[in-house]
Design a protein around this ligand. Structure first.
Ligand SMILES: NC(=O)c1ccc[n+]([C@@H]2O[C@H](COP(=O)([O-])OP(=O)(O)OC[C@H]3O[C@@H](n4cnc5c(N)ncnc54)[C@H](O)[C@@H]3O)[C@@H](O)[C@H]2O)c1
Length: 542
């Protein structure tokens, strides 16, 4: 059961009051503005209260007002931008569903400037943009603990209120590791300019795939795309579930493996779709590992200029990484993933039970991405992984998968096209990609290469004084406990260092590295001196 009250948090000008009023109306609830209630109670405007009582005095009044609201039902509360910084206010808000109306400081500053001559905002005195940036940076970890996050800058206030109402009803959580305790199978919600969709993580989800497709609003016929190894294992269950939801279906399997992730295979998929007179209103279901989700997504996104598609990932890597974020495509003789488009699925349906048949090496390799998600953004996930990996049982936990995928969802929602924060997902990938390229993409699975790359990037982080040595050791212990390699002995160091310069993340001749400043805290770093890269490469390749 969702708590019957919603607290809206976010920067000034994120629209908390306007959206809050609309949301309350939509739900048939009462609306409350905590600043207005404080002013009414004190008989003084907020700036005057700040002058007389200081921020501490104001926060005390705010916590009292929020504490009283926490006892009411059916209320939407617009809170002051800084309420989240006060522990007593946070405790009051924990009684409800907390939604972060996310807006970039620059957009907030623009809105404030374009708005009516502002009332005085005590915390924004001076250069408002600089202050907003500082406040956002300081509050972000607290805002990010919200139950839901909506992009407050895209769409009208009514549209934001409508998305928020959907999130509240679905119990959807986007961002961080704050899953609801309501048992909702929605682990995360991706919200990008290219589309918004849920990531469902649920044991047995394959058997209710049809229902999830109906929930996603998909009509027409369902065209199942899979590979020749996965099809015999799971296609029948997928088709039965689609039939149960009254979809007409067809299925197509291509030979699996990276060597078939080509335009030639896509041409076969087009032939099949077109022979069956696929229409714009139909959709594809991509059932398989990252090869199937990348290739099937690309075929769907380009056939008839794009039909809808749903991903049903069947490998660890595809569940926590490849199926979320909208990168689709195929390889070219000149390199991996060189042909493709960004296209978001309409839903991602993850059934962790499907991992039971996955060969052990693939199962393990995928955990490199889970560990990476924890290392870059979620120290809590790292701690949970340490506990789980210590048991020695094969890692298949729906909870860990859900938390990992929520991090990917959060990052791609902020940065669909990899212009900024999405780059953090490349931790371990600079040396990892180089290692894969130098060894001809055959000796190491992607996750294994990334694990070796994380060892190297961790060493670089320590050498540059960003990371404590003890944190590096912790990372190393966890990767090893997950069964991932620490080294790739015998690989040519010169070739790997040279290959890092070919990395896609090279900007104006400088490699953009992702390094660690702590467990759960990655940073981008433009250019690392070559001798430092070389020493790290030597350590992991010797
Ligand atoms: N789009 C993205 O953001 C993104 C991110 C990471 C990786 N990728 C891509 O993902 C691909 C790698 O994906 P992958 O590691 O899942 O490999 P994969 O799709 O090749 O699957 C690995 C093998 O396992 C088999 N398999 C899959 N699921 C199975 C199951 N449940 N039981 C038994 N066998 C099963 C497959 O047939 C295949 O032989 C690469 O092409 C990579 O470029 C894409």
């Amino acid at each position: 059961m969702q708590p019957p009250r919603i607290f809206l948090v976010g920067l000034s000008a994120s629209g908390k009051s306007t959206v809050g009023r609309m949301l309350a109306q939509r739900l048939g609830w009462e609306f409350a503005d905590s600043d207005a209630l404080i002013e009414a109670d004190a008989g003084l405007p907020v700036p005057e209260l700040f002058r007389r009582e200081g921020e501490a005095g104001f926060r005390g009044r705010e916590a009292a007002v929020l504490g009283a609201l926490a006892l009411r039902d059916n209320v939407v509360v617009a809170t002051g931008g800084g309420a989240i910084t006060d522990p007593a206010s946070r405790a009051a808000m924990a009684s409800g569903f907390v939604a972060w109306l996310r807006i970039a400081p620059e957009q907030a500053a623009d809105r404030l400037e374009a708005g009516p001559p502002t009332e005085e905002r005590p915390l924004l005195a001076g250069d408002a943009l600089t202050r907003l940036r500082q406040l956002e940076a300081a509050r972000r970890p607290l805002y990010a603990r919200a139950d839901a996050v909506v992009d407050a800058a895209s769409g009208s206030p009514a549209a934001v209120a409508s998305r928020l109402a959907d999130l509240y009803r679905q119990g959807a959580v986007f961002g961080g590791s704050t899953r609801l305790e309501s048992g909702s199978p929605v682990a995360a919600r991706v919200i990008t300019p290219g589309g918004a969709y849920p990531v469902i993580v649920q044991d047995g989800a394959l058997d209710v795939l049809g229902a999830h497709c109906r929930d996603a609003g998909l009509g027409g016929r369902a065209f199942l795309i899979t590979d020749a190894a996965v099809g015999p294992l799971f296609a029948e269950r997928a088709l039965a579930s689609l039939h149960a939801s009254r979809y007409e279906t067809g299925s197509f399997a291509f030979p699996g493996g990276e060597e078939h992730k080509t335009l030639a295979t896509v041409a076969h998929v087009y032939d099949w779709l077109i022979a069956h007179r696929v229409e714009r209103g139909d959709f594809a279901v991509c059932l398989g590992g990252g090869v199937v989700t990348d290739l099937g997504g690309f075929a769907a996104a380009t056939c008839l200029r794009g039909i809808a598609f749903v991903h049903v990932p069947t490998t660890t890597l595809a569940m926590v990484d490849a199926s979320v974020g909208g990168k689709t495509g195929v390889d070219h003789p000149g390199g991996k993933n060189l042909i493709g488009v960004f296209a978001q699925p309409r839903a991602v349906v993850v059934d962790p039970g499907l991992l039971r048949t996955l060969p052990g090496r693939h199962l393990t390799a995928g955990w490199a991405e889970v560990v990476k998600h924890g290392l870059i953004l979620d120290a809590g996930l790292v701690a949970s992984l340490e506990a789980a990996a210590g048991t020695g049982a094969p890692l298949m936990s729906p909870d860990l998968i859900a938390r990992s995928v929520a991090i990917k969802a959060e990052v791609v929602s902020e940065d669909e096209r990899e212009a900024g924060r999405r780059t953090l997902l490349n931790y371990g990938h600079t040396i990892g990609h180089a290692l894969e390229a130098v060894t001809g993409y055959s000796a190491y699975l992607h996750g294994e290469a990334v694990a070796v790359g994380m060892h190297a990037a961790g060493r670089i982080s320590v050498e540059l004084g960003l990371l404590e040595h003890s944190a590096l050791e912790r990372q190393q212990r966890l990767l090893t406990a997950c069964g991932l390699p620490a080294r790739a002995p015998g690989v040519d160091v010169d070739a790997v260092v040279a290959a890092t310069l070919q990395d896609k993340k090279v900007r104006s001749g400088r490699v953009r590295w992702v390094l660690l400043a702590g467990i759960g805290h990655a940073v981008m770093h433009d250019g690392v001196p070559e001798p430092v890269v070389r020493r790290a490469a030597e350590a992991v390749l010797a």
